[in-house]
Design a protein around this ligand. Structure first.
Ligand code: TYD
Ligand code: MG
Length: 462
């Protein structure tokens, strides 16, 4: 008798009966019947004793990095693709995962020496489609091997025979093991197929890149366990309405997490953008209320972005608070801080916050920027166009120091800003860095620092 279980597709919990709502994660309609009879990773037989080795004797040669020659991608990966590692690239459909990986595959193929190769297995498009795209974006190379397949067993056999340097599977959701009876993309298929592919990677020593889809609410389709199995998880973010895309490392065993890369989607594929600040500030209108420039730091990369606020009398019973690019819970908290500590009566006003250009800010250093944009919008007074700012704000309205203030200050100066509003406790460090701002042409001036201890001080500077 086949044994089956009802498995939640979003959290992986198992139930005996079908239910409309998962009792563990609370997700609706996420429970699907799965046959658990033939699990591909079911252990059998007695274990053998492991071969242990002193940590000092373990060679790290295997962890050699392979550059993709795409600077922005290398940075996110922590300096390149590590051999023997597995990387998961997630993102909405159509965001550019296949495009970027095909570009990277061609560059990697160029560098693989005699007899080396890169294997790109597509389960979503035909080989002709991939070839057409490759031709358009200039990603054709003899040592880039293409295969169209969905079946796990034949993939494993191909990799074993070809021994490529890099393997790209596009995507893990279309990969199926014939040994499992559940449908492609279900928890057990995704889990077992990736386990088998990763196991092979560690054994043979190539680098593996898996493409994964993201569900509507932003979680990776399939089990969270996939994120634990791989060495690095990279997400593609961005607004379909904008041409730029942000690649963000949310986990990386070989480099800093939180690192980002910025790309622009063009008709010749994705192009890395070094000077991201210029791009994000390109459409900024100066001297309008409700707009401030925030010096942020995502990963190790300083970047200037415009934070905008709009405050309008409400027509609803409960005023609206809406934000794009900043966490909405944080905006609600900051609104309350503004009401209590500065005394702005916002209970009859709608508050909208937007980070221009479709960037998503995850660090709390954005607080001061959001608050200053709100104050400026409420008072309809524009902030001086030469000021950039940063700082975390606590519930009492105190402005707290943030990490790497010097790097932020330098980026502000690079883009022509002459004044910096910053937390008092960051003042000394930035002052020591002795950063020169260029005041229109030849006259050199130090960057003017405006340290603040409390939100009310910052509000007065407006
Ligand atoms: P794709 O890489 O297929 O997305 P994913 O694999 O993440 O689903 O990206 C497809 C989108 O990118 C599609 O809307 C067309 C656009 N695109 C360009 O604008 N320029 C290009 O050179 C390519 C190849 C795609
Ligand atoms: Mg694709």
């Amino acid at each position: 008798m086949a044994k089956s279980m009802f498995v939640c597709q979003s959290c992986g919990s198992q139930q005996r009966k079908w239910q409309g709502q998962c009792p563990d994660c609370g997700g609706w309609n996420s429970i699907v019947e799965e046959n658990l009879e033939a699990s591909a990773v079911r252990a059998a037989g007695k274990g053998k004793a492991l071969l242990t080795s002193a940590i000092t004797d373990v060679s790290s040669e295997k962890n050699a990095r392979r550059s993709t020659l795409i600077e922005e991608l290398d940075r996110v990966l922590g300096g390149g693709l590590v051999t023997g590692s597995a990387v998961l690239i997630g993102g909405d459909p159509g965001i550019g995962k296949s495009t970027l990986l095909l570009q990277a595959a061609a560059r990697l193929a160029e560098q693989s020496g005699v007899g080396g190769s890169v294997l790109y297995i597509t389960g979503e498009e035909s080989m002709q489609q991939v070839n057409l795209r490759g031709e358009r974006i200039g990603a054709l190379h003899k040592q880039l091997q293409l295969a169209a397949a969905c079946e796990l067993e034949s993939m494993l056999a191909t990799i074993d025979k070809l021994r490529p340097d890099v393997v790209i599977i596009d995507s893990i959701q279309t990969t199926v093991s014939s040994r499992l009876s559940s449908a492609p993309g279900t928890v057990s298929q995704v889990r077992d197929c990736s386990a088998a592919l990763i196991q092979q990677t560690k054994k043979i020593g190539h680098a593996l890149i898996l493409v994964g889809h993201v569900t509507k609410d932003g979680a990776l389709a399939g089990p969270r366990v996939l994120e634990h199995m791989v060495d690095a998880v990279v997400y593609f973010e961005g607004d379909r309405g904008h041409a730029h895309r942000i690649l963000r490392a949310v986990k990386n065993r070989f480099g800093p997490a939180g690192e980002i890369g910025v790309f622009e989607m063009t008709d010749a594929g994705l192009i890395g953008i070094r000077d991201a600040s210029r791009l994000f500030l390109a459409e900024r209108a100066t001297d309008v209320p409700g707009s401030v420039v925030f010096a942020c730091l995502e990963g190790t990369r300083p970047m200037l972005v415009e934070v905008q606020a709009l405050i309008a009398p409400t027509v609803y019973a409960t005023p609206k608070r809406s934000s794009v690019g900043v966490d909405s819970g944080r905006v609600a908290m900051l609104t309350a801080v503004l009401e209590r500590r500065i005394g702005l009566p916002l209970s009859q006003h709608d508050v909208y916050i937007n980070v221009a250009g479709g960037v998503r800010i995850t660090e709390p250093a954005v607080d001061l920027a959001v608050l200053m944009a709100m104050i400026s919008a409420y008072q309809e007074k524009p902030l001086n166009a030469h000021i950039a700012l940063f700082g975390e704000v606590g519930l009492t309205g105190e402005v707290r120091p943030v990490g790497q203030p010097e790097a932020r200050a330098r980026e502000a100066v690079n883009l022509g800003f002459t004044h910096l509003l910053l937390p008092k406790e960051n003042h000394e460090r930035v002052q020591k860095a002795n950063i020169i701002a260029n005041m229109r042409g030849d006259k050199e001036m130090p960057l003017a620092l405006m340290p603040v201890r409390h939100l009310s001080e910052a509000a007065q500077k407006l």
